[in-house]
Design a protein around this ligand. Sequence first.
Ligand code: NAD
Length: 480
Amino acid sequence: MREVDEVFAQGAHWIQGSWRRARTTAVFEVEDPSTEEVIGEVPAGGPEEVGRAVEAAAAALPGWRATPLEERLELLARLCDVLEDDSEVLSEIITAEVGAPRAIAGPAHVGLAIGIVRSFIDVAAKFPFEEQAGRSLLRHVPVGVVGCITPWNLPLILISQKVPGALAAGCTVVLKPSELTPFSALRLAECSAEAGLPPGVLNVVTGDGPTSGEAVVVHPDVAKVSFTGSTRAGRRVGALAGGLIKRVSLELGGKSANVILPDADLERAIRTGVHQATFNSGQSCIAWSRILVSRDHERDAVEIAAELMASMRVGDPRDPATEIGPLVSSPARDRVRDFIESGIREGAILAAGGPDPVAGLSRGYYVRPTVLAGVSPEMEVARHEIFGPVICVMPYSDEDEAVRIANATDYGLHGAVWSSDEERALRVAHRISSGMLNINGYDFDPYAPFGGVKQSGLGRELGAEGLAAFTETKVVQVCR
Ligand code: NAD
């Protein structure tokens, strides 16, 4: 059997450093979205399995938090080496469960995830776990057992934004990955054992949100929940955690604006923006899915974007030339097509793509890369996260209107501003309500805090702030 098929055949949770079969027979089938075939199944965990995983994490906590920081970081460095050796298998898994094109599964999904683990090692090595404030000693102690709940779109990257930070801080973890993409998480757990992580430090329970996810959130021995997913589910997780006064971080949806000022290099701004927005077939929380352009440049902008989107190669994610793979599931595909139809119904102009099936692809959840032009802020497609290869072009009359449109959604995660005058771009960026913004390009910095404002979430991941999210501050003052 191929190594990747062995992963798909496990059908178990990962608890206390080994595979644990579920007592229930309920399972989730995992589909390959490019073939619509089932590649494997995982147990539908419930409170009992979550309870066993939390028990394992709680039992491992005293030993792990007492392990010297250097040793914890050495184990994380070893984990990076194991992941690097395993990157071929991991990227095959990600292509099979997400449908991510091979061209990005290796370098981006797996490569970036490893880069993020390394960034946590650097950050933790310099982190002031003990510091003086006034007459007091501050100790940033591990928060305890952390419940990490992650989505399907960038499974390994989003796990790596949480788990290594928690481990570096001295916490132990129960991870509940998306039921659509559990295998990358289970493989990571296996790799962690190979790297020498003690049993119980990282546990993985598979299952859906309402059953296993909520069981993680409400478990009394889970001290903190770190959640990434939709705003809808985040609201529920936040409400449950709020009722228990439980620590919670929420990384939620986005509807980011790519604001192109009139003096910008239009061609470069559009090209970069289209590639950024269609990364992972448009299934990225930070996608710049709205292009804001001055009315004078609207026609040119639409033409460049439409030409680029129409030329994108859609198809088999295992073909190295493929740029856009399938969407993750049939409901995801239908939802994106419905959005395209709603945009047209509300008066947007279809400049490329459309809701019809992709010619020549009878199997797989494909959507045509689509450009909707003449989109106005009140349209559904301008306000909601579409989560597919769909870009809305929105015209503005002046800088104030550009800022107003950029801010006219409930989200505030990412975005971009382009101008030949950097000072001007910075001024506009400061007026946009968003957790992260890029000027004149796209770059991802794993050392900088990651997160959003408004309905895009609460708290930050990555960098020192992301590490601090897994600690509590304890103040000790000797009174003389
Ligand atoms: P989702 O909210 O459906 O699921 C995310 C995770 O939460 C899954 O593991 C799911 O099983 C679990 N879950 C669902 N309901 C739950 C509940 N009631 N209690 C506990 N857990 C629950 O999201 P998705 O469809 O998997 O992912 C796509 C969404 O994630 C998009 O909205 C996207 O923008 C967002 N996202 C945000 C970020 C970020 O960092 N801000 C990153 C990636 C994706």
